[in-house]
Design a protein around this ligand. Sequence first.
Ligand code: ATP
Length: 239
Amino acid sequence: MSLLALHGVSKSYGALRVTDGVSLAVAEGETLGILGPNGAGKTTLFNLISGDVRVDAGRVEYAGRDVTALAPHQRCRAGIGRSYQVPQPFGAMTVFENLVTAACFGGRQAEREAWHTAQEVLQETGLMPHANKPAGGLTLLNRKRLELARALATRPKLLLLDEIAGGLTEHEASELVSELRRIKARGITMIWIEHVVHALLSIADRLFVIDFGRKLAEGAPQAVMQDEAVRRVYMGVEA
Ligand SMILES: Nc1ncnc2c1ncn2[C@@H]1O[C@H](COP(=O)(O)OP(=O)(O)OP(=O)(O)O)[C@@H](O)[C@H]1O
């Protein structure tokens, strides 16, 4: 069964149609990679799934339920967790406090449970040595880890990752991919927008390529990367 299904979702800003009738289904346990040129509408698609932005038309179904009218916090509590392209922690709070806050408010966990979750997520994401540091002072890698950790603390069934490897060194990106592999092995469904293609290819079960707000290609990673339209639009390779 699909955990997430988008049915003809569209969004415009003024005359600009940023999402144009996108339909998409993601199976439980699947890792879907999203690719597309800058400005193609990838983050907007996440905003429509998480509820940060409302659709103009179409429907968003999650776990068999129509969530199109739900607010972001309701979708989060239903199990849709997300990271943001630009990490957005509470900078003056410690890493641990950020995670407890995410678990309490995003995951609706009681205080004791939230503390337990925060400990687990610190361990899982390698942030334990930084638990008591203010989030605002972290390195880029650790800010990215915290972004992932905050989403995990809400105990998502569906995890939306927006360019989590962007700006990292090769070594840092591969550490992050190892963490994502462990998350995937726990059965969490993931949708990952990423320009670091080799990182994405090392974990994605399927790719979905967007251009001008529309689906350009979808399917098995190797087949999609060989697709002529994808090579022309995304990689600038002449067909
Ligand atoms: N709130 C907004 N108001 C007006 N235009 C917007 C808004 N949000 C996004 N856009 C425009 O919609 C288009 C798609 O933006 P979006 O951030 O979804 O693209 P993207 O594929 O994620 O790009 P990138 O790879 O650069 O992150 C862009 O032209 C952007 O300027």
